[in-house]
Design a protein around this ligand. Structure first.
Ligand code: SAM
Length: 332
């Protein structure tokens, strides 16, 4: 049974009734497997949606089902059949259906069916809530705690003691992360697409009203493992641009704490640390601290300069190799 929520942007989409239950605690291996499977599904969904956008010459963003339904009843039926079939199959058989890796030759019918299958599997696995629960567990079991530990370590090193400093944590999974408990901020606003606690506001940054005054801006924004979660490179670029509006004026040198999975900067065909520095430099940021762990790349930036609204940052092939990923951030 499906509930369609009324939310917009990245919050849009379907939710299975079963996914509304509180996710159970997962074993570390199971959590890692789930995170990996969600990454495959989200990436595949993004490839197929892009193909659909090309065919229909429109911007679908995160809710292909809605567009298919609006455009073509027959295709939506194919989508629904595939979705329901996948849910039923997974109920009796634990292994996921084959994921078509090469999407080049798929026709419109097949694209809609594949999208239905992905939607079905995401729902059956409990939706984004379960992915988040697995990520929360990942925070503790895989990398020894939340990433804001690094942030707080750096801020202490820098002697950060701004009076009444306020911070925004985008993509917050836990209201007791060190950023909220370290005492360096008088207030930490915490937002996430799917809030798991009353202290976390359920909000898409892309829909958060822009500040009308400095009182609604922040001295520090934490954006840890969020940009890689955004499915499309151009939306990632839009997110980077939007973040700036929520920072205090650059004359006050506000901070941005930014974390990406390591493969985004060491193993992408279209992105690496030099490209990241170019992008951040173009946005007016200066990197003042960076660190790589086995899995993550951490950066602390200070915002120093105004940015042109017309800033462009295209996709460029930087490294060849079939084993590389396609992570990139685009501004057009
Ligand atoms: C992989 S989790 C990372 C969470 C945590 N910050 C960390 O470092 O472990 C990514 C989170 O970002 C959230 N997210 C993605 N896009 C977002 C957006 N546009 N606005 C708010 N939250 C977003 C997702 O809901 C998800 O919970």
């Amino acid at each position: 049974m499906i509930l369609r929520n009324k939310k917009k942007g990245l919050l849009a989409g379907k939710r299975a009734l079963s996914s509304q239950k509180r996710p159970k605690v997962l074993k570390p291996l199971r959590a890692r497997q789930l995170i990996r499977r969600f990454h495959v599904l989200l990436k595949y969904k993004s490839q197929l949606t892009k193909k659909l956008e090309k065919i229909w010459k429109c911007n679908i963003e995160s809710d292909p089902a809605k567009y298919i339904k609006e455009r073509n009843h027959r295709l939506f039926e194919l989508f629904e059949q595939a979705r329901l079939h996948t849910i039923e199959t997974l109920l009796v058989n634990k292994s996921p259906p084959e994921t078509v890796i090469n999407t080049d030759s798929l026709q419109l019918d097949e694209i809609c069916q594949e999208l239905g299958r992905i939607e079905g599997e995401i729902e059956k696995r409990g939706g984004l809530e379960v992915y988040q629960a697995a990520s929360v567990q990942g925070q503790s079991s895989q990398r020894g705690g939340d990433s804001s530990k690094k942030l707080v370590e750096w801020l202490k090193e820098l002697g950060y003691n701004k009076k009444n400093a306020v911070a925004l944590e985008i993509g917050c999974l836990n209201s007791r992360n060190l950023i909220s408990t370290c005492g360096l901020f008088s207030k930490v606003v915490k937002i996430d697409l799917h809030s798991q606690e009353p202290e976390i506001l359920e909000q898409d940054l892309m829909e958060r009203p822009l500040p009308k005054s400095a009182a609604e801006q922040f001295d520090l924004i934490s954006c840890s493992l969020v940009v890689n979660f955004v499915p499309y490179p151009h939306l990632r670029g839009q997110m980077m641009r939007r973040i700036i509006h929520f920072l205090k004026p650059y004359s006050q040198k506000p901070y941005l704490f930014f974390v990406l999975p390591l493969p985004c900067v060491i193993n992408s065909r279209y992105f690496d640390e030099d490209r990241l520095s170019e992008l951040m430099g173009a946005l007016g940021f200066e990197c003042i601290r960076h660190h790589k762990s086995q899995k993550l790349a951490y950066y602390l930036y200070q915002w120093e300069r105004m940015v042109s609204d017309k800033l462009k940052f295209p996709k460029k092939e930087l490294h060849k190799g079939t084993k590389r990923n396609n992570f990139c951030i685009i501004m057009s």
